[in-house]
Design a protein around this ligand. Sequence first.
Ligand code: FAD
Length: 430
Amino acid sequence: MSQSQSQICILGGGFGGLYTALELNRYRWQTRPQITLVERKDHFLFTPLLYELVTGELQTWHIAPHFAKLLAGTDIHLEQGTVESVDLDMRRVILSGGKVLSYDRLVIGIGKETLLDVVPGAAGNALPFRSLADVNRLKEQLRLLELSDLSQIRVAVVGAGPNGVELACKIADRLKERGRLLLINRGDKILKNFAGSSQKAALKALRRRRVQLELSTTVESVDSDSITLVHQDQRRTHPVDLVLWTIGTRVADWVPNITNIQNEKGEFLVLPTLQLIKHPEVFALGDIAASNDSEHWAPATAQAAFQQAKIAAQNIRASLTGRTLRAFRYWHIGEMITLGINASAISSFGINLSGPVAGVIRQWVYLLRMPTFRHRFQVACDWLSQMPSGVAVKLWQGLAGLFRRNATHKRRSHSQNPDVGESSRRTHRK
Ligand SMILES: Cc1cc2nc3c(=O)[nH]c(=O)nc-3n(C[C@H](O)[C@H](O)[C@H](O)COP(=O)(O)OP(=O)(O)OC[C@H]3O[C@@H](n4cnc5c(N)ncnc54)[C@H](O)[C@@H]3O)c2cc1C
């Protein structure tokens, strides 16, 4: 196939889709393919730092930069629209409004949605926490409750996975003395599958904030002013002012209609190369893909989607230029969770840290994972401008050194291996 004819269509501008597009854009091509990113929203969302918007520690532009800004100066064409269907046989993407896009290579990275409709009343009375719109709704509700004459503000958070624990700590810090937090979990442990040190630090943080933990407990129903729980066959109804729902995800309604090669959750089953079974021209990654490297299933995390994006981009280029495709292997580099304002727990390669220092490290490590050098630079400058000057100067020197070393290393590896072929427009990535 001649590269001049290649149309690469990427569905979803999240951790999988956007980072695949940016990676493809960095390559030096003999003939550039047309890269189209289809996304319904006007902004990317760096979800790991979403909690910081509830407490006002970060501003929206830090973690939700507009695609128009991120893609300026790239050859990526943004198609703002909602995908309604994909015809795999005809190689066509159908958008709402009827627009049709053709492709030679397709990347599906549309993520998943929060599954709310699991117990009576949850869909109407509980708030999800996944998008910028969710955060804004939550902030507005908290603001109204804070303005009310209630002496106590009672908030129930359903699910004690990372989302539930992080959210409970942040809300408790925002509400301070007025907050009465209830954290409900069906299992008997919080942060299942997390390192013991993270679980311990989280338990301590929850206890310090007087968050009431309800373990081995299921939610039976949610009403506008109460939540009914069942624990060891005992039913109890708690009056609440706000319920937050952090568990369960679902695929979009149209996804199961496009192929039958999906698991029971509706996720696409992909080969180790991230290609769809029977459709080698289609790649799926991130939360919507069930990808197995013969040892483990890749988790539904930003960390996994970010790693897959690099392989998806490499494999798309390989498939267009007749080279061998690589298998994706998930590499777990650790876990970081926020435990209230300016505090976190980190567990990575045997190093366990918690408290304010971990909070600073988490924030700056995430900065290096944000898309595009320009955005990272602007956010870094803004964060540094808010720090005491001595600390800022030291941090700035450290960061400048890191960026310089990174650039030198990339220049060297580029000149040693010109075949790698990344263009001078590349952004600097750790
Ligand atoms: C609050 C929160 C905190 C998290 N914290 C962490 C963390 O600390 N570490 C971690 O590793 N993971 C974290 N995650 C998980 C992480 O966000 C996901 O695993 C990751 O975003 C998956 O990437 P993705 O590209 O598959 O999907 P997403 O990042 O969700 O991107 C999907 C994109 O597709 C778009 N889209 C969807 N449907 C359509 C359509 N029909 N048409 C057009 N566009 C569409 C969406 O608008 C979205 O932009 C967190 C998740 C949440 C909700």
